[in-house]
Each structure stands twice: as C-alpha cells, then as structure tokens.
Design a protein around this ligand. Structure first.
Ligand code: NBP
Length: 477
C-alpha cells in the first residue's frame, strides 16, 4: 500500500478529516460502508490531494502502508464495534486503529484491551471542533499506547489546529481511554461555559434591561479582553442577528428548549462515580433538561416572584461590568472543576495525564478555545503539582478582585427572581473551598446518630461513636 493513513466512515466528520489530511500532503485511503460516499468524496474533492478510493474493507487495508494507520469516523457505539469486527481480522500486529468518534471512554478501554491482545494498537482519539474543525484543524486528544503515538503523532500534528504560538493542538494524552475521557470533560466544560454565558445574557436582559443588540455589543467588548474566546465571539454574532421572517431579534424566535447529545451528561455521571464535585457542569446539564420540561414550566408560570423596578442607565452600566466579573470568576471555577475531574480520572485509571498539556491542546481548534487556556497551561507549567487552579496565585488574585461583584450579581439574580444556577453554584463551590469549617461535621454527627456510622475528631486520631440511644458516652468506633 502507498497511503500513509486511511479514513473509514465518510459522513461530514470523516470526509472533512480526510480532506484535511490530503490537503496537508498525505496520501489518504478513503472508505465508507456505503460506497456512494467514497465516490462522491473523490469526485468533488479529488483535486485537493492524493486520495486512494477503496470499495471494500480488503481494498482499504491493502491500500495502507505498514504499520497501517486507520482512522474510524463512524457513529459512536454499536457501529464502532461493527467496524472493528470487520477490520480486525484483516490487520497485522503493529497496525494502529484510531477511533475519532465520540466514544464513551469505558468502551474505548474495552476495545483497546481486546485489540491489544491481538497486537493491534487502538487509539481512542477525542476530536473537537465540529465539521469546520475537522477540515481546517481540530483539537485532537489521542489516548492509546505511547508507541502508537510515535507512529501517529507526526501525521496528526500536520492536520491539527495550531495555538497562537504555533504549537499543534495534539499530544499524547495518556493510555487507553485517556483521550476520550479528556474529550468528554472538554464537552462538560463546554456545557458549563455555555450555561454561564447564557446566564450573563439573561441577567443583562432582565436585570440591566439591555436589548439583544446592546448585549451583542457588550459581549464584543468582553471578547476584546480576558474573556476572549470562540464561544463569546459567536454569542455576540447570534445576539446581533435578526430573524429574516419577523424582523425580531433571532434569539427571541428560537424556542427556549436546549437539547443535548449526552457528553455533558456523561461528564456529570462519571464525576458522581469518581466522587469529584463538578456542580458547574451538573447545573449546566440540569438547566438544559429543565428547559425541556414544558408542562412543569407552564404549570409554574403564575407562581409569585419579586416586585422589581427597572435599573437606571448608570446602574445598568455598572451592573454589566459586575456581570463580566461574575462570568470570569465562575469560568475559573468551572475550569477548576473540569481539571479536577481529569486529575481524578487520571489517578483512578493510572493515566498520568498532564493537565498543562491538556490546556495547551484546547487553545485552538475546539469549542472551548480561548485566550484563558494559555493562562491555565502556564499555571500548570509553572507548578506541575498544582492542587487546582484556585491554588495558582494569578487566578486567586483575579477571583479575589472579582468576588464582590460576583456576590452582588448572584444576590441581584436572587432578589430579582432571575435564575443563575451556574453563577450561584460556582460561588458556593468557591466559598465551600475557602471555608475553614464546613457543616459536614454536623452531617457526619447525624450519620453517627441514626446509623452508627462513626466520626473522626479534630483533636485526636481514631474513629469514634457516641451512644446516642444510651448515656451518650463516647466509645471507639
Ligand atoms: P455519523 O455519526 O452520522 O455516522 C455516519 C457514518 O457512520 C457513516 O459513514 C455511516 O456509514 C457509518 N456507519 C454507521 Br451509522 N453504522 C455503520 C456500521 N455498522 N458499519 C460501518 N459504518 C457505519 O457521522 P458524523 O456526524 O460524521 O460523525 C462521526 C463521528 O464523529 C461520530 O462518532 C460523532 O459522534 C463524532 N462527531 C464529532 C463531532 C465533533 O465536533 N467532534 C461532530 C460531529 C460528530 P454509511 O454511509 O454506510 O451509512
């Protein structure tokens, strides 16, 4: 075979990824279960580079130089297993199968183990950036063996997005499912970012009384500062857009029900399993599902809320500045939570993931791309053992400066009856981490009372139980 790499599964993602590879100078074998997609790709885009069209699995495998590098871009789940079952018997030890779909990391761990037994490398690679990213440069998060990355990395570096400093947004994340785990957390953080931006919009609209066009301007201003990011940029564009049919602001004609494909939900579910608090991500998942509960919302519309006066202009302008502070502080907190989840996954599964490297490869190509990520990269680089982002002096100082405004915004939201679960949960997380004492002491005492679950003491070692039903003396637990 002469192709350096192959892509099987030529729907939007696979097709664009194959084009990106060909445009970067690689010879790319292309294959799809239904051959029509393969011929369509070569007919439309064959002039962009060197494609080798394969009609079936045997031809595809034969077209690849060894060790073979096959990228699978099919629908996640059952189809991925079907493709592996089809190709595995045709492969030889040392060949590399890359799954670029949105697989659950537990499936990736299973597939990696099964193929490893046959001497085949299986690389679960998170790919972010949607179809545009696939074509022009995605952020790529490959797991699998370090040996497979040696054969694969140089090729992926050619097609990945580039950070502003020129570094390709791809690096070996860690063994087996590490890449898909990190991609999952990326999506969870994306949910949290979007929820926080949504709350900022809602507060500017309902509390400051700004029209969507003015909020678009406000976001544009923020995008020129420390919040510089893809999501803030597209938010400004969406808010500035008017519906052609009605002439109304576009955001007002879209039904207020947010859907989800499930990766944010996975992030929250896995966080519960790992015992990592990620309330920002969980609130974002819940906010989307709450929005879809039409009957419950309708039945609740008449419930009493507070009496509110609109803000005066000067007060509204000041409030908008405070919202920027609240958004930034909440963003630091939600990234803190996401990176803690990556750390927990890494410890549980023995992946040794470098959080600074993860921040580095999210700097371009993916949905959460932002100037902010370079700060996170630098924070972890300066102190590799950093216990969470809030332990970084720079972030701690910024959050310290933001906190008065942040509290004022959360209080204003509560007083004016505008839901801000993301801002409020982020602030509660921050205050809980800061607190010298938590009411967990009382919780544990209650558990000892009704279930003899024992407790530890602040003043000496050991575990203890109080005889609550008896004379209330303390015994060793
Ligand atoms: P789809 O997720 O729509 O999958 C369609 C592809 O899967 C077609 O090539 C189809 O072949 C193939 N396929 C199916 Br379905 N069942 C198959 C089977 N049993 N055997 C072989 N092939 C099978 O494609 P997509 O939207 O391009 O997404 C591809 C992957 O990338 C997915 O895992 C998705 O979650 C992920 N994705 C990521 C992003 C992102 O932003 N990172 C965006 C979109 C998608 P056919 O043509 O013969 O039916």
């Amino acid at each position: 075979g002469t192709a350096q790499i192959g892509v099987t599964g030529l729907a939007v993602m696979g097709r664009n990824l194959a084009r990106n590879m060909a445009r970067s100078g690689l010879t790319v074998a292309v294959h799809n279960r239904t051959p029509g997609r393969t011929t369509a790709l070569v007919e439309e885009f064959g002039h962009e580079g060197a494609f080798v069209a394969a009609r079936d699995a045997e031809e595809f495998v034969a077209a690849l130089e060894r060790p073979r590098r096959l990228v699978v871009m099919v629908k996640a789940g059952e189809p991925t297993d079907a493709v592996i079952a089809r190709f595995a018997p045709l492969l030889e030890p040392g060949d590399i199968v890359v799954d670029g779909g949105n697989a659950h990391f537990a499936d990736t761990r299973r597939r990696e183990r099964e193929l490893r037994e046959r001497g085949i490398h299986f690389v679960g690679a998170g790919i972010s950036g949607g179809e545009e990213g696939a074509l022009h440069g995605p952020s790529i998060m490959p797991g699998g063996s370090a040996a497979s990355y040696e054969a694969l990395g140089p090729l992926l570096e050619r097609i990945a997005a580039r950070a502003p400093d020129g570094t390709p947004c791809v690096s070996h994340v860690g063994p087996d499912g590490a890449g898909h785990f990190v991609k999952m957390v990326h999506n969870g953080i994306e949910y949290a970012d979007m929820q926080l931006i949504g709350e900022a919009y809602h507060l500017l609209r309902e509390v400051a009384g700004f029209a969507p066009a003015r909020i678009a301007e406000t976001f544009r201003g923020w995008n020129a500062g420390r919040l510089d990011s893809y999501l803030i940029e597209i938010t400004a564009e969406v808010l500035a857009h008017r519906d052609a049919a009605t002439g109304e602001p576009f955001v007002d004609v879209v039904a207020d029900r947010a859907e989800q494909k499930g990766t944010g939900r996975w992030t929250a579910q896995i966080a519960l399993d790992l015992g990592v608090p990620v309330p920002g991500i969980a609130e974002a998942v819940f906010a989307r599902s709450l929005s879809g509960h039409a009957a419950l919302r309708e039945a609740s519309e008449g419930l009493p809320g507070p009496d509110v006066k609109p803000m005066e202009e000067a007060e509204a302008v000041r409030f908008a500045e405070a919202v920027e502070q609240a958004l930034y502080a909440s963003k630091i907190v939600s990234y803190t939570q996401g990176f803690q989840q990556i750390r927990a996954g890494s410890e549980t599964y023995g992946w040794d993931v470098d959080p600074g490297a993860v921040a580095s490869l999210w700097r371009a190509g993916c949905i959460v791309r932002a100037a902010f990520l370079d700060r996170i990269r630098a924070a972890y680089e300066a102190r590799p053992g950093l216990v969470g982002l809030l332990a970084d002096a720079g972030f701690a100082a910024e959050i310290g400066e933001a906190q008065d405004d942040w509290r004022a915004v959360v209080a204003a939201a509560a007083r004016r009856g505008v839901p801000a679960p993301g801002f409020a949960a982020a602030l509660a997380y921050y205050d809980a981490l800061r607190a010298p004492r938590l009411p967990a002491a009382l919780t544990q005492a209650q558990r000892d009372f009704f279930g003899a679950h024992t407790y530890r003491r602040t003043d000496r070692e050991g575990s203890f139980h109080t005889l609550w039903g008896g004379d209330r003396s303390e015994v060793a637990g």
